[in-house]
Design a protein around this ligand. Sequence first.
Ligand code: G3P
Ligand code: MG
Length: 248
Amino acid sequence: MKTVFAHRGISTLAPENTLAAFALCKPHGIGWIECDVDILADGTVVVSHDDTLDRCTDRSGSLYDLQAGDLAQIDAGSWFADQYMGERIPTLAQLITLVNQDQLNINVEIKSCSAGWAMTERLIDNVIAALDHLDDGRQLIVSSFNHQALAEFKRRRPQTAVACLYEAGQLGEDWLAVLQQCQAEFIHPADHGLTQQMIGDFKAAGYRVNVYTVNDLARANQLFNWGVDGVFTDIPHCFPAKYRAIGS
Ligand code: G3P
Ligand code: MG
């Protein structure tokens, strides 16, 4: 069975990385979500792609200057559509409650926290504390472009499957050594520039392969036929029903 991940939730129907975007998954039969996480000044883990508020809220400024109490004053929905006015930046704890309620599976992407290594370690610890509230039976992958942070996460929580993310053009000849160093089970490469040969190499080395971000059904089909296990997409609701069987 091929996996279709709702990238930042159904991020074409609702504001990305909000509870509204994730809550649309179950009704559309989508069993897997992807979210990005970073940390506030007080250690709260929040679901956000950017480390600033500027792109997806009604405010400007750094996440690293905020406290949990500030979240109630920040609108993360009205930029997208009127109906989402008042939507908040969720905490990872809030998202995990939804994941348990809707029996979803989750890929948590730990952002390359630019607040420094001490905050990165705090982020890792606080992500782990939040993940401890996932119900038994929920499937989990933790991924990161920051392979040092990913290796540290795996050291602290070895029972969780981890994935090395690669940006387009960043896949070097050392990819196998990096995956081994992280004790990764997955590789998550960018779609751009990815070839059948590269996928064959990943699979031959025993890794599962999930590709981001694939918003073209024919390209997704081609990747699946080349052996890719899953794709991250902003349009999971547009995929044929065979990809949208909850619980798969
Ligand atoms: O985890 C897949 C994908 O989300 C990685 O890129 O920048 O969309 O977080 P980005
Ligand atoms: Mg992401």
